[in-house]
Design a binder for this molecule. Structure first.
Ligand code: ADP
Ligand code: MG
Length: 334
């Protein structure tokens, strides 16, 4: 009866192809592990998609890594205090985007923290307390306002000798977004791309599901879950004081700097942000980590589609704060 009501081509489309299956691959990149989950029609197709995805991560890492002397960002860091450096549209756009965050956060987010990261021993190291001189020197060579972009000539120029750009707080998110864009362009309808539990972007959702389940770990015991988010065409990033830190005389110093003091942020344990894309969730998580609850809330109010879950310390007085968090939050965090 149905066939009688439908044109001939419809009958053909009623013969369903086998449903896509879930495939997963993880590879080390960007100083962490990049994970890709995707639904594809077969193993061969999935393999081709993984190759394209990880090639894209490598392309972005080759451009932005400050651990690679050959990267475009390293080239800018080497020459931009002597002369305006012409760069490619992609690198220019990400620096421009990062500087916009510096403006909107009043300098809490600042990609010129490169010197501070080195002074505090977080570049190729696990951290250490700097001498007074080192710190003074590093602070002198920090400040987003010293970076001048010329969008017509597409140049980057430092107004201060020794400035060093470091996109560690936005680059991984950006890479995830680009992988998502690539997979979408290849016709992928459901994928989850993640970097070592710090950022995720979800393309669509697994068949029949509301979204990709992404866990926000409890800050003091990562095996436990503080909240589970069902992400769909959205991103989530977590910045934690436990990612990289060192301890001195019972005090903990983390790898997120407050550029306004030149010191690691104190009092914040973990910030998770949901945003429409991963470059923004990544940058916002770091920004809110530095800004704290009130200024962080004001910042998120200005950006559509965002929400955050904060944990402040110390551990004995840990507090969980929701800024429009859409999901259930576990009681009694550890
Ligand atoms: P993770 O890399 O662990 O996911 P974040 O996204 O918060 O954590 O990024 C931390 C990195 O960002 C640091 O390693 C450093 O490179 C850089 N960074 C530190 N403090 C700041 C800041 N205030 N603004 C911008 N970038 C920062
Ligand atoms: Mg970040």
């Amino acid at each position: 009866m149905l066939a009688g009501l439908l044109p001939a081509w419809a009958a053909v489309s009623l013969v369903w192809a086998a449903p896509d299956s879930l495939y997963y691959e993880a590879r080390p990149a960007m100083g962490t592990t990049v994970e890709v989950y995707l639904y594809a029609a077969g193993a061969g197709r999935a393999e081709a998609l993984f190759e394209a995805a990880f090639d894209e991560v490598e392309r972005i890492e080759a451009a932005f890594s400050t651990y690679r002397p050959t990267s475009e960002l390293s080239r800018i860091n080497t020459y931009a205090d002597a002369t305006p450096v012409t760069t490619d549209p992609e690198v220019f756009a990400l620096i421009d985007h990062a500087l916009a965050y510096s403006r909107s956060t009043d300098g809490a987010f600042d990609i010129t923290v490169g010197r501070l990261m080195k002074a505090w021993g977080f570049f190729r190291g696990q951290g250490r307390y700097p001498s007074r001189e080192e710190l003074l020197e590093a602070r002198k060579k920090t400040g987003w306002a010293y970076v001048t972009l010329d969008s017509t000539a597409r140049t980057v120029r430092f107004g201060k000798m020794g400035l060093q750009l470091d996109v560690g707080a936005i680059g991984k998110g950006y890479a995830i977004d680009q992988v998502a864009r690539l997979l979408r362009a290849q016709g992928v309808e459901a994928a989850l791309i993640g970097t070592g539990q710090s950022s995720y972007y979800a393309v669509g959702a697994p068949p029949g599901e509301a979204g990709w389940p992404v866990r926000v770990p409890a800050p003091f015991d990562h095996a436990q879950t503080l909240s589970t988010v069902y992400l769909r065409d959205a991103a989530l990033s977590t910045s934690g004081n436990y990612e990289k830190f060192f301890e001195l005389e019972g005090k903990q110093y983390c790898h997120i700097m407050d550029p306004r003091t030149g010191r690691p942020v104190e009092g914040m344990v973990q910030v998770t942000v949901i945003a429409p894309n991963a470059a923004d969730s990544d940058a916002l998580a770091t920004s809110v980590f530095v800004l704290g609850i009130d200024a962080g809330a004001t910042l998120l109010d200005e950006q559509a589609g965002t929400a955050a879950l904060l944990v402040t310390g110390p551990k004995a007085q840990a507090r969980v704060v929701s800024l429009g968090w859409p999901e259930e939050i576990a009681e009694g965090i550890q």
